[in-house]
Design a protein. Structure first.
Length: 296
């Protein structure tokens, strides 16, 4: 096969490929470029420039490191790169209008490196969506019990290390099964959704709300001592008591009971805090509902 044929085949391959490809010198100089389907890359404006002139320092260093490794190890080196238009003016001018994730694969060829960029933005988005769904309660959008566990463990350990205070509350809808029975399951659903919306709008950004059971929610509150946790519990109780949910058969009212527990020093742990909060919730229910109980 002649050199001409080899070049023609190489050009045809690059023209047909969906991926963007750059031929790089190990110094970072772009010798050739084909854009594939990347509408945010202008080959003419890239060829002859150094990666440092195109990308910010950290990205260009990642690409050069992958290229050098591919040359040294004679194998394909893979690295994922995030391209943000606000950090890469050169690509923004060429049409990069939203954040993209690309998978870079480098392989060595006669002292040069072929750098293949594949757009994996859609795959990344899907992965994030799936992770998000796995951590959320589909009805209310609050975090679920599975998501709560690692947050509690990390936050309680951190509070213990730095001698900070923290508290949690368990919120439980009073006579929730009666709401379901007397109105409808749909009405019960609306109560749970409204509860979460209201608690979200009153809580601090750092507080963490999760659906813990059927009609039960746990809110972890960092940097909150017992008295502040009780005050937050009373706020939740009052807001729920005042809420009216419009329903076909008339406005629906409901109340909640709340159990609060604060961190008890270095020997305490999330399971014990939850157990105490649930005990206090039980006392609130036994004492007539629509109450907040904490530690004496
Ligand atoms: N609408 C609705 N109901 C649910 C959902 N998940 C569970 N339930 C129902 O919620 C009810 C929970 O009832 P219980 O745990 O007995 O609590 P309660 O009736 O509030 O009683 P107290 O806590 O003692 O006041 C059960 O009847 C479940 O079937 C849901 O997602 N939506």
């Amino acid at each position: 096969m002649s050199d001409k044929q080899i070049h023609a085949r190489y050009d045809a391959l690059l023209t047909a490929a969906a991926d963007a490809v750059m031929v790089l010198e190990p110094t970072g100089l772009v010798m050739a470029c084909s854009t594939g389907v990347a509408e945010w890359l202008d080959a003419d404006a890239i060829v002859g420039r150094k990666l440092d002139d195109i990308f910010p320092e950290d990205i260009s260093a990642d690409i050069i490191a992958a290229a050098v490794k591919a040359l040294d190890a004679s194998k394909v080196i893979k690295v994922d790169i995030q391209l943000r238009p606000e950090h890469i003016p050169v690509l923004r001018e060429q049409g990069l209008s939203e954040t993209k994730w690309v998978e870079l694969r480098c392989s060595a060829a006669e002292g040069e490196v072929l750098a293949v960029f594949r757009d994996i933005t859609a795959k990344r988005r899907l992965e994030r969506q799936v992770t998000n769904q796995a951590q959320r309660d589909p009805l209310t959008g609050a975090y679920n019990r599975r998501a709560l566990r690692p947050v509690l463990e990390q936050a309680v350990a951190q509070a213990q290390r730095y001698d900070w205070v923290c508290s949690l509350m368990v919120i439980d809808v009073d006579n929730f099964s009666d709401l379901n029975d007397n109105f409808s399951w749909d009405c019960g659903d609306q109560v749970l959704q409204q509860l979460v919306t209201s608690v979200h709008s009153m809580k601090r950004t750092s507080d963490f709300l999760a659906r813990y059971g059927d009609d039960q929610f746990v809110m972890f509150m960092p940097e909150t001592n017992h008295d502040q946790g009780m005050a937050a519990g009373q706020r939740v109780r009052r807001i729920m008591e005042e809420m009216e949910i419009p329903y076909a058969a008339g406005d629906v009212h409901f109340t909640v009971s709340v159990g609060v527990a604060a961190l008890h020093g270095p020997e305490d742990d999330p399971d014990n805090m939850l157990r105490r909060a649930l005990e206090n919730l039980f006392i609130a229910k036994q004492s007539g509902h629509n109450r907040v109980e904490g530690e004496a």
